[in-house]
Ligand binder design. Structure first.
Ligand code: PRP
Ligand code: URA
Length: 211
């Protein structure tokens, strides 16, 4: 079974509490999601492999470490996942970006895929799939399925969200047990409309000022 981790760094927790507040407007919400994503990139990349390299400092030759493993692709689930991309590329500037467009039907809560555009070498990369919200898990499951259909392997995928519901975590883990999941908070439950409680509301609408 892959990793499930709640990222309890104090800065992440503080910033997440800020944006849960319904009075926070689009500007601060967007800026803070970006900042949290940067902190998440630091945590999610912690297990990336290293190799020894020779380097000559102004003083001496030495053996030191550099990144060794697969290159990274960040895959936001549109729309709300877009809010996490710039924060992550702050730390991983050479990452390629793949896009999976998905919206949840408000009545059935079932996800509908409307767009997929991925880097050509996506199967060779370590994937950070990003979406602020993991609610029923339907969108994450379909996004992972879309990547697998194109040859990507679960063991190369890490799913990163800001807030998760227990229902969504359970659904993703039972469907795709080899995908690591990172969240900043594991909330209480889903309400009758499929919103995470207490959550932070509709992440896409709050990021982009819609509704
Ligand atoms: C939200 C969110 C996730 C999805 C989570 O997107 O960003 O993609 O819902 O819900 P689930 O786990 O039950 O599938 P939404 O469909 O509202 O689209 P948006 O990002 O365009 O706002
Ligand atoms: N999507 C959101 O944006 N928020 C939720 O609480 C659930 C799904």
């Amino acid at each position: 079974m892959a990793k499930f981790e709640v990222l309890d760094h104090p800065l992440i927790q503080h910033k997440l509490t800020m944006i849960r507040d319904k009075h926070v407007g689009t500007k601060v919400f967007r800026e803070t999601v970006r900042e949290i994503a940067t902190l998440m990139a630091y945590e999610v990349s912690r297990s990336m492999p290293l190799k020894d390299v020779e380097v000559e400092t102004p003083i001496a030759k030495t053996t030191q470490k550099e990144l060794a493993g697969k290159k990274v692709a960040i895959v936001p689930i549109l729309r709300a996942g877009l809010g996490m991309v710039d924060g992550m590329t702050e730390l991983i500037p050479a990452a390629k970006i793949g896009f999976i467009g998905m919206y949840r039907d408000e009545k059935t809560l079932k996800p509908h895929e409307y767009f997929v555009k991925l880097p050509n070498d996506i199967t060779e990369r370590q994937l950070f799939i990003v979406d602020p919200m993991l609610a029923t898990g339907g969108s994450a499951i379909d996004a992972i399925g879309a990547l697998k259909k194109r040859g990507c392997q679960e063991k190369n995928m890490k799913f990163a969200c800001l807030v998760a519901a227990p229902e969504g975590v359970k659904a993703v883990r039972s469907t795709y047990p080899d995908v690591d999941i990172y969240t900043c908070a594991l909330d209480d439950h889903l309400n009758e409309n499929g919103y995470i409680v207490p959550g932070l509301g509709d992440a896409g609408d709050r990021l982009f000022g819609t509704k």
